[in-house]
Design a protein around this ligand. Structure first.
Ligand SMILES: NC(=O)c1ccc[n+]([C@@H]2O[C@H](COP(=O)([O-])OP(=O)(O)OC[C@H]3O[C@@H](n4cnc5c(N)ncnc54)[C@H](O)[C@@H]3O)[C@@H](O)[C@H]2O)c1
Length: 442
């Protein structure tokens, strides 16, 4: 079992730290947000992630999981240091590595003996080498160039909303390393899964970095593909639900990520596709499919606005729209790049009034939609949001929005108009209740 420090206690760092402790390792999660560490130490979970609280509580109680705002003290005992800080997009689409660099340099200023530095943040191919260089520069600066260290790439594939399950039951673990010693340390870290015959793929650092981007880009392409097919289905009288079901039965294609909707969002697909496209251009090897998927995704959000506009007779000016769900997907409070932000922003720009709700993301939404001003009102309950609205827009398919009491919805709405941007409901059932029903690709 290993002694581990995780730098960055966000969605990935906190989940990884808690689960690695659950595997039997001793873990200390470090964050430079002192308030976040205070909350964690007080037993509070700063993010909404199903099942996380249990794992954190169990492992803090057993003494295997702790928190600290100080990287140097956390590094004293930890032989393995994970970097799990954010890598947000820069203006030009490239990944902003400033947080990774800050941590790498601090590690270089701190370590006194052999350490394995594991990059878990999603970083462009070539970053492992930069991390090695940043650490080496700091070691040289304090005349400590003889202290040995290894850099490892261990990309994370967890999905928000199912993060604990994904981390503990991954499809694969990817380890990019340069030395047998580092590979041995990583097998020890993941011993619980390694012994469990979880697919465990060892590569060089560059391949590991590329695997993460290639995986996310492929999924993003799949979503944009089915969204474009859905749009064509609408024009030619086909039903994308039937099309996707049959296409997905082909084992070479698979049925997952063939669900049309308002476009992908979240903290990963938008920025990772941008960053991969940027890397492609940088190396004179453009990824035209990825670029096309990005463009299609941007258009899809506007397609939804136009769908709503058409359904309401050509204009949303003065219309009250009840928007159910704001997070980029169910079971998370994450609003980063949520399609709801663009769609609501554009609806407001075109004169609509929004009554929105979400089971977990209201606090985030209040901040991210602040520019919309009084045109957006947020409600705790879906039926409050629906009251007096001219239409229902189902934006995010939280379970509680999948089984709405349609009679009650109809009674609350000023007009029975239903835009189902996630294709959750059955057209004939909704129409039988007297609604005008608009879905995607049907
Ligand atoms: N969120 C996901 O679903 C997901 C999945 C796979 C991979 N990733 C990748 O993992 C990385 C982290 O993503 P996230 O969603 O957890 O981000 P996040 O913003 O939730 O968490 C990052 C944390 O790092 C902390 N931090 C920043 N600089 C620091 C420093 N110098 N020292 C200590 N702490 C510092 C921040 O305070 C924050 O708490 C990104 O590269 C992301 O692309 C994310």
């Amino acid at each position: 079992m290993a002694e581990i420090a995780i730098i960055g206690a966000g969605y990935v760092g906190l989940v990884s730290g808690a689960c690695l402790a659950d595997f039997g390792n001793r873990v200390i999660c470090v964050d430079n947000d002192a308030r976040k560490i205070e909350r964690l130490e007080a037993g509070e979970i700063p993010i909404y992630e199903p099942g996380l609280e249990d794992v954190v509580r169990r492992n803090t109680a057993s003494g295997r999981l702790g928190f600290s705002a100080s990287l140097p003290s956390a590094l004293e005992k930890s032989g393995v240091v994970f970097i799990a800080v954010g890598t947000p997009p820069s203006e030009d689409g490239s990944a902003d590595l400033s947080h990774v660099e800050a941590v790498a340099r601090e590690i270089g200023r701190t370590i006194t003996e052999y350490r394995v530095i594991v990059d878990k943040s999603t970083v462009p191919v070539g970053t492992g080498r930069k991390v090695r260089q940043w650490i080496a520069e700091e070691l040289d600066r304090r005349a400590a160039g003889g202290i040995p260290f290894d850099v490892v790439s261990n990309p994370e594939f967890l999905r928000e909303g199912a993060a604990v399950q994904d981390f503990t039951h991954p499809d694969r673990i990817v380890i990019g390393a340069e030395t047998e010693k580092a590979r041995g340390v990583m097998r020890d870290v993941y011993r619980a899964l390694y012994l469990n015959e979880t697919p465990y793929i060892e590569t060089n650092i560059e391949s590991a970095e590329m695997i993460k981007y290639a995986s996310n880009a492929f999924l993003a392409i799949k979503i944009s593909f089915i969204n474009e097919v859905a749009n064509l289905c609408e024009k030619v009288g086909a039903n994308v639900q039937d099309v996707a079901k049959a296409v997905g039965r082909d084992g070479r294609i698979g049925g997952k990520f063939l669900h049309p909707g308002p476009g992908y969002g979240g903290s990963c697909f938008p920025k990772d596709t941008q960053a991969l496209a940027y890397t492609g251009k940088l190396h004179g090897s453009p990824l035209s499919l990825v670029e096309a998927a990005i463009g299609a995704n941007e258009r899809q959000k506007l397609n939804m606005v136009e769908k709503i506009e058409r359904g309401l007779g050509g204009s949303v000016r003065g219309k009250k729209l009840a928007v159910l769900g704001l997070a980029f997907k169910p079971n998370t409070d994450d609003m980063r790049e949520a399609p709801a932000l663009v769609i609501i922003g554009e609806l407001v720009r075109r004169g609509a009034e929004i009554r929105a709700c979400d089971p977990a993301a209201l606090k985030e939404a209040a901040w991210r939609l602040r520019d919309a001003g009084p045109a957006v009102t947020l409600f705790d309950g879906e039926y409050d949001a629906l009251s007096g609205a001219d239409a229902l827009v189902l934006m995010t398919e939280w379970n509680q929005y999948r089984s709405l009491d349609l009679d009650r919805v109809k009674a609350l709405l000023a007009a029975p108009v239903f835009f189902d941007l996630r294709n959750v409901y059955k057209r004939n059932e909704v129409e039988q209740k007297g609604f005008r029903y608009f879905a995607v690709g049907q």
